[in-house]
Ligand binder design. Structure first.
Ligand code: ATP
Ligand code: MG
Length: 407
């Protein structure tokens, strides 16, 4: 079967395929982009697979970078763009249920497609648009079925991450795992313990952000994979509660973690340990803590000036975006305008700083200074004092007199 319409991204990359073919080798578009083209979804990366060995690719194209030469991947820099070209390979040596350390370059497209995870990820498209479909992926695509290529039990024990990939494709595409494929995941779920948390994290976040999150989480639970993920063992009911939230796609990773943590009824003090277990970055942890805190306020009432000031605009918007999951209407415009109208947005905007106060009182820094700045910041934020230097120094003077009297 031929591709009905060649998408612009492929048209642009066609000269690359043609050059490789002219040099006497085979070259195809492969991987996720082919699946996405056939589903009429937008494409992100165009992957090219070839029978040419990396050294042969380097002879064809003058400008290349060895981005993953040990796995057969060369980045080709051409006028039309940059493309990763990977030599057909097999991954025969799997150690300890993880992706192989060594790969073997081969000349056979079939062998390359055979090592791929699901039939819908195992197509190749030739330069004339012909779709090579060796595993009936087109039929699975039509029927919305996710089926492992070959024997699913073997495939998941070769590389256990494939199970998490399968679950995230359920969530992204709304497809159903074929019966044996699902059974094999259920049976092998404990092998996830062998996989690095970083790799599981990537797939889990994609699962949470998928359009069909409900189905994805339900499969994640039913296959027992959740039991082998950080901090989720025994949390079946909480995960199912997460699956039952209103069916709206979650926009950002931080929001996904907040919703999960909220369903887990976690204490604020435990968020850090939980997310560290998932190897989240410190920046992500900070955002999740702030958004989680803001959400607890916002679920009950409108944002206070203090809450808006502490969150900042972008985090307040992240909180607002979570309201529909609690059957509440968000009002982004109001959050934006309330935030803009705050008298100050950070300590930097206060019309006096520490130096001004030290000079004014002719005093060395100390706890008095922190207290003064804090009180002035609060008073300005709540509109009790105008943010003008002389007003602030005046207020500070009165305060200092009180402090020195020991009030
Ligand atoms: P996405 O659209 O999220 O990038 P993808 O399917 O393209 O999804 P990639 O990680 O970019 O995922 O992988 C590209 C292709 O490589 C896949 O479509 C699949 O054919 C193959 N692949 C990736 N990971 C594995 C794996 N663990 N086992 C077998 N094949 C894999
Ligand atoms: Mg991809």
């Amino acid at each position: 079967m031929k591709l009905k319409k060649i998408p612009a991204e492929y048209r642009q990359a066609l000269p690359i395929l043609e050059k490789i073919v002219k040099a006497g080798h085979e070259a195809y578009f492969v991987g996720g982009s082919v699946r996405d083209v056939l589903l009429n979804h937008p494409i992100h990366d165009v992957d090219i697979a070839t029978s040419a060995f990396p050294e042969e690719i380097k002879q064809i194209f003058p400008k290349t970078i060895d981005v993953g030469i040990e796995h057969g991947t060369v980045l080709v820099l051409e006028k039309s763009g940059q493309y990763e070209i990977t030599t057909f390979r097999t991954e025969s040596i799997y150690q300890d249920f993880r992706r192989p350390e060594q790969v073997e370059f081969v000349r056979s497209l079939k062998k390359d497609l055979q090592r791929r995870d699901f039939t819908i990820n195992a197509f190749a498209i030739r330069e004339d648009g012909e779709i090579i479909d060796l595993f009936n992926g087109l039929e699975d695509l039509d029927n919305h079925i996710l089926r492992a290529v070959g024997n699913p039990y073997e495939r998941f024990s070769e590389d256990a991450l494939r199970m998490m990939r399968g679950l995230r494709f359920v969530s992204q595409l709304g497809f159903t795992l074929e019966e044996k494929t699902f059974e094999a995941i259920k049976e092998n779920s404990q092998l996830l313990q062998k996989i690095s948390v970083e790799r599981i994290h990537t797939e889990f976040v994609k699962l949470l952000l998928g359009e069909y999150r409900k189905k994805g989480i339900q499969n994640f639970v039913a296959s027992y994979c959740f039991s082998y993920c950080p901090g989720l063992a025994g949390k079946e009911n909480e995960l199912l509660a997460l699956a039952s939230l209103p069916e709206k796609t979650i926009e950002y990773e931080s929001q996904a973690w907040v919703l999960l943590i909220d369903q887990l009824a976690m204490k604020e003090a435990d968020i850090r340990t939980f997310l560290k277990g998932w190897k989240c970055s410190n920046e992500m942890i900070k955002t999740v803590q702030a958004v989680f805190h803001g959400l607890q306020i916002r679920k009950q009432q409108a944002f206070t000036a203090d809450a808006l000031y502490q969150l900042g605009e972008s985090q307040a918007i992240l909180v607002e975006g979570l309201l529909p999951f609690y059957d509440k209407l968000p009002d982004f415009e109001k959050v934006r305008s309330d935030y803009q109208q705050l008298p100050i947005h950070s300590l930097k905007e206060l019309a006096v700083n520490g130096h001004d106060l030290m000079e004014y009182f002719d005093k060395k820094p100390g706890s008095w200074l922190k207290k003064q700045l804090n009180d002035l910041e609060n008073a300005v934020l709540h509109g009790q004092i105008a943010n003008r230097k002389e007003d602030l120094l005046h207020a500070a003077k009165r305060k200092q007199a009180d402090l020195e009297k020991g009030c």
